[in-house]
Ligand binder design. Structure first.
Ligand SMILES: [Fe+2]
Length: 164
């Protein structure tokens, strides 16, 4: 890889870190209102609380990585995420089958995050920033665990919703 290509990959990586920062803030804005509205699904509320705390840690990780590659975090300006944002926009009440729709959207969002971290880890390795790859790997593990939990819980939540 020549110097030019490496510099371009580095800027792709930095943009990816900023996008991930926006993604995680969006994740918080999706999960926090859900937790407040959940009444009858304590296992979901508890797991969301755990993942909210993990997500706050992921945001800090991304900020310190951005500090490492830039002058500071003051330049972090979170762009609005379009595709996933609208798919997962769920600011309304927990009425009806909302718990199911939220379960689908949360699963979709976690898988989006998994893809984003995998891509960032690849870019970090390509530009030789292995420290970043390690830090991003920690976040990836948390996203994988959350996606797995959501997948396994889907049956239970569906059964409970249907009073089966
Ligand atoms: Fe997540």
């Amino acid at each position: 890889m020549d110097a030019n290509a490496k510099s371009e990959t580095r800027s792709t990586f930095i943009t990816g870190l900023r996008n991930a920062h926006a993604m995680e803030n969006q994740a918080l804005s999706i999960m926090r209102p859900q937790v407040e509205r959940i009444e009858n699904y304590p296992q979901v509320a508890e797991r969301l609380r755990v993942h909210i705390a993990e997500t706050e840690g992921q945001i800090k990780r991304l900020e310190s990585l951005l500090e490492g590659v830039e002058e500071g975090t003051s330049t972090i300006e979170d762009a609005v995420m379009s595709a996933v944002g609208s798919a997962a926009a769920m600011g309304h009440s927990m009425a009806g089958d909302e718990i199911l729709k939220n379960s689908f959207a949360n699963f979709a969002f976690e898988n989006y995050e998994i893809a984003a971290y995998k891509s960032l880890i690849t870019l970090g390795r390509v530009i030789g920033y292995t420290q970043a790859a390690d830090s991003l790997q920690q976040s990836l593990e948390e996203e994988l665990a959350m996606a797995k939990w959501l997948e396994h819980n889907l049956e239970a939540v569906t059964m409970q919703f249907a009073h089966l």
